[in-house]
Design a binder for this molecule. Structure first.
Ligand code: FAE
Length: 504
């Protein structure tokens, strides 16, 4: 007997989808999450703090915020001192590359921009030559968009609201430079946003809330997939439980997996550890989390049969952030919604395809800045290696590995500046740089589909051991990734439940 039939580590997109579908199939399932369940208000009456006045709730055990933007007009105004606390956003710092991830029940959905973007089918086929793309685009992407409750911004907001002036300015300038633009769906509730716009509801997207959580409007996974998973009555949720170790006993008729957890308290690990056993173990701790756990398990002899592909094919989805300065008469607005709505599509570029999100920069005053998160078709890949001294799996990413992406972003935004007679901002990423390629919001890979796993996420070397999250995507998908992670997770878990779980 095991404690549960299935255990899922991590409650982001892959974990949430797996939990719902296992719950619906009647499988007794434990969903483990190292972060908090964000459901109780703090002293200010709000569950989350906003980006203008961050406190301990903002970041995962940091002494100060670690924002992607470092300064403004040369003043180091962005990072603020905060209490160490199990906050909602983590920045995992590796040499040459830092990775932003969400911590809490809902994973990245708690902190992300909510952009639910479907990649181009031709690029999906290139990334996943062995996956049935026609089935993905006919069945699993529509299913993911439906379950995530994605919708498209109404014209009344995009074309008329003061809070979307930054997007209109960015779109018009892109068109002037000859680029295609496209509206991207979002999981933000646009009916609620309409009320924010009319002054009928408390401002969330219009109140500088996003990276440290939204107090309203955002349909994060705790409100969609995870709520539905718990509603099946077969899924148990335990949060503030960090999985530290995975072991397997293969002596019996079926493998028994044991996961060892550390309880996390307000000040850090409390010293309380627990063990949970199961027959089927799904890693959905995200690209970094799942890769780190498995690389360590292989190196320390706990799961020695994992193959050499585990830890490899990691990429940053080509993320580069850049900022342009606009003319004084071309204001981007003191009012800016935190929810992006428009992307610039130059994916047909012959050498440097780029898809760039026109990103908001809600500072509460006019700054004339246009901010972008560019995603490039970078061929660069990193790998996780176990460091015995620290007991951690560390990402190896060389100092030159972001150059291809930096070059691609420069090609796009040089053209944009030339067409609009504008220039870059050099004062906001630190070090006098106009581009930042040393952090990512989109960690992908580490347990690539068809390499570390079979074509459905079953890890090679072990029975009933799976990865179902962004670690399956080998480094790049060309657009913001959570819709693909969700759609792939739907596809994989459907097959796994059908073939690996006995019918009750
Ligand atoms: P993820 O959502 O990271 O979930 C993993 C979960 O596992 C987390 O809750 C972890 O706390 C938990 N975990 C990790 N290790 C352990 C452990 N040892 N024990 C227990 N729990 C553990 O994984 N993507 C888009 O498509 N559109 C956007 O607009 C967008 N904007 C973004 C903005 C920001 C600021 C950030 C940080 C990300 C953004 N992303 C966006 C990326 C997106 O959130 C990310 O690709 C997905 O969240 C990844 O989903 P996974 O299921 O792989």
């Amino acid at each position: 007997m095991t404690d549960y039939t299935a255990i899922i580590i991590g409650s982001g997109y892959g974990g949430a989808v797996s939990a719902l579908r296992l719950g619906e199939a009647g499988v007794s399932t434990l969903l483990l999450e190292m972060g908090k369940l964000w459901d109780a208000p703090g002293k200010d009456g709000q569950v989350h703090c906003n980006m203008s006045s961050p406190d301990g709730r903002a970041m995962w055990f940091k002494d100060k915020t670690e924002a992607p933007l470092k300064s403004f007009l040369g003043l180091p105004v962005i990072d603020k001192a905060i209490d160490r606390y199990p906050g909602i956003l983590d920045r995992v710092n590796f040499p040459n590359m830092s990775v932003y991830v969400g911590r809490g029940v809902g994973g990245g959905s708690l902190v992300n921009g909510g952009m639910a973007v479907v990649p181009r089918e031709d690029y999906f086929r290139e990334v996943f030559p062995d996956v049935d793309a026609a089935e993905m685009f006919a069945k699993y992407y529509p299913l993911a968009l439906f379950r995530l409750q994605a919708s498209t911004i109404p014209d009344s907001l995009l074309e008329n609201s003061a809070w979307y002036r930054f997007a209109r300015v960015g779109r018009d300038q892109a068109k002037r430079a000859g680029f295609k633009t496209r509206i991207v769906p979002s999981v933000y509730d646009y009916d609620y946003m309409g009320k924010e716009d009319r002054g009928e509801a408390r401002k969330s997207a219009f109140g500088a809330e996003l990276m440290y959580g939204n107090n309203a409007g955002k349909r994060s996974l705790d409100k969609t997939y995870i709520a539905d998973a718990l509603g099946t009555g077969h899924v148990t949720l335990k949060f503030l439980q960090r999985v530290d170790e995975i072991t397997v006993d293969e002596a019996g008729a079926f493998p028994v997996y044991t996961v060892k957890t550390s309880e996390i308290g307000d000040k850090g690990p409390t010293g309380v550890t627990r063990k949970f056993t199961c027959r089927h173990l799904i890693l959905s701790a995200g690209s970094v989390g799942s890769s780190q756990l498995l690389v360590r398990a292989r190196a320390t002899g706990k799961l020695p049969l994992l193959n050499g592909e585990v830890g490899r094919h990691w990429g940053n989805n080509g993320n580069v952030m850049t900022a342009r300065a606009n003319h004084l008469w071309n204001t981007t607005g003191a009012k800016q919604s935190t929810i992006p709505a428009v992307g610039i599509d130059d994916w047909d570029h012959p050498t440097h395809p780029v898809f760039a999100e026109i990103a908001p920069l809600p500072m509460g005053f006019e700054h004339w800045i246009s901010l972008y998160l560019a995603l490039t078709k970078t061929p660069e890949r990193g790998a996780f290696e176990y460091d015995a001294a620290s007991g951690e799996s560390v990402l190896k990413w060389g100092p030159g590995q972001s150059q291809f992406s930096l070059d691609g972003a420069k090609i796009m935004f040089d053209r944009m500046n030339k067409a609009n007679l504008t220039s870059y901002r050099y004062d906001i990423f630190g070090g006098g740089r106009a581009f930042a390629g040393d952090f990512t919001y989109h960690p992908l890979g580490g347990c690539a589909l068809g390499k570390a796993t079979d074509l459905y996420g079953r890890l090679k070397g072990y029975r009933n051991l799976y990865v179902n999250d962004g670690a399956l995507i080998p480094g790049s998908i060309g657009v913001n990734p959570f819709t693909t992670i969700t759609a792939l997770a739907e596809r994989n878990i459907e097959r796994i439940i059908r073939e690996d779980f006995p019918t009750p």
